[in-house]
Design a protein around this ligand. Structure first.
Ligand SMILES: [Fe+2]
Length: 362
């Protein structure tokens, strides 16, 4: 008998699976040790902690039996099948994105029927999540960067549209546009996209082509021109400093200005090979200060205010190790809330030496 291991999405884990490597959180702390036998409650805990994938041991005799394949449902058992969770929808979307990227690379165009259907299910599942922060934390990007990032940006773009009062049709366009914004990356050398260190100037110039490639692929696919414009213009910046065309504020499609904010937030709060995720608060703080280039101020303000309002009641950890609960978010400085701690209250408006390092969704 030969023992092998494979990486499995937490959403696909089955009771009895055995970890083949330690599971660490995004701070590098041990969550579960190697050789742990997974019980249903441990699997739930992994999901709650935002762990996306784990390595499990796979006992194989003869040809490999895929651990994560579910056996076909017996017709008589269909009614007892558990309802797909948001993580299941998320996994389906990631698989769908992988297929879509392959199709775009091979044919220069994509067929979006399945994607739209899966997106509808995913959006419905997201809308049932009461704690939006929980959703954002759990859909963070880890290893499957491009695909999970695409799914996360679609979900966030749609949500921003809703917060900005756009109608249902526009929100659906945003969901699709956010999900497809980086489709042009299918034509970029994977060795550059997955490079485990910062890109050289030359490599960065190559990556920049993805915006135009995405536009071409989506126009060839006959999608709504606004969705194609989002792929083309999501790296444009209001002060003309963006690419590929250096457009100014009003020249950039409104849909692209929203996708740009979702893209920057998701990218900065996701862990990449070469960097740790930044804390939500520091990214929101820097978004407000235009630290990532001139994003649309109206979109940024709406996004930061809404996002910070979800932190009320959540536990946070400060840079000095103090643990507190967010009790009040000042509307003009939403990233400097009032906290309740064991020792009383800490007002971050008055304590410029302190900042929030970790947010724990409850
Ligand atoms: Fe991009």
């Amino acid at each position: 008998m030969m023992i092998q291991e494979r990486k499995v999405y937490v959403t696909r884990l089955q009771e009895g699976a055995v970890l083949s490597r330690d599971v660490l959180n995004d701070r590098g702390q041990l969550v579960l040790p190697n050789a742990t036998h997974l019980t249903p409650s441990l699997i739930v805990r992994l999901k709650q902690m935002g762990i996306i994938e784990v390595w499990v041991a796979e006992a194989m005799i003869g040809p490999a039996a895929p651990l994560q394949e579910e056996s076909p449902a017996e017709p008589t058992h269909v009614s007892s099948q558990p309802k797909p969770t948001i993580f299941d929808h998320n996994s389906s979307m990631i698989e769908c994105m992988e297929d879509l990227f392959r199709e775009a690379q091979a044919n220069g165009r994509v067929e979006l029927g399945t994607t739209k259907r899966l997106l509808r299910d995913f959006a419905e599942s997201c809308s049932q999540e009461r704690n939006f922060l929980h959703l954002v934390i759990n859909l963070r990007t880890f290893d499957e960067y491009t695909f999970q990032h695409s799914v996360g940006v679609g979900m966030l773009s749609r949500q921003i549209g809703e917060w900005m009062g756009l109608d249902e049709k526009e929100c659906e366009e945003l969901l699709l546009a956010g999900t497809l914004h980086d489709i042009g990356k299918c034509r970029i050398d994977p060795a550059i996209l997955q490079k485990p260190s910062r890109l050289t100037e030359e490599e960065y110039e190559i990556v920049k082509h993805h915006a135009h490639y995405g536009y071409e692929i989506l126009r060839n696919s006959g999608v709504n021109p606004r969705v194609a414009a989002a792929a083309h213009e999501h790296h444009e910046r209001c002060d003309g400093s963006g690419y590929p065309r250096g457009l100014q504020h009003e020249q950039i499609a409104p849909i692209a200005r929203i996708v740009a904010v979702a893209d920057v937030f998701n990218a900065m709060t996701s862990r990449r090979v070469y960097k740790d995720a930044l804390s939500y608060y520091s990214v929101l703080d820097e978004l407000q200060q235009d630290a990532f280039g001139a994003l649309d101020p109206e979109v940024v303000q709406k996004f930061v205010r809404k996002m910070t309002s979800f932190f009320v009641g959540n536990e946070v950890v400060l840079n000095d190790g103090t643990v507190g609960t967010v009790v009040l978010v000042p509307p003009d400085r939403p990233t400097r809330p009032l906290l309740r701690t064991d020792g009383g209250f800490v007002d971050l408006l008055q304590r410029s030496d302190l900042y929030i390092e970790i947010v724990r969704a409850i």
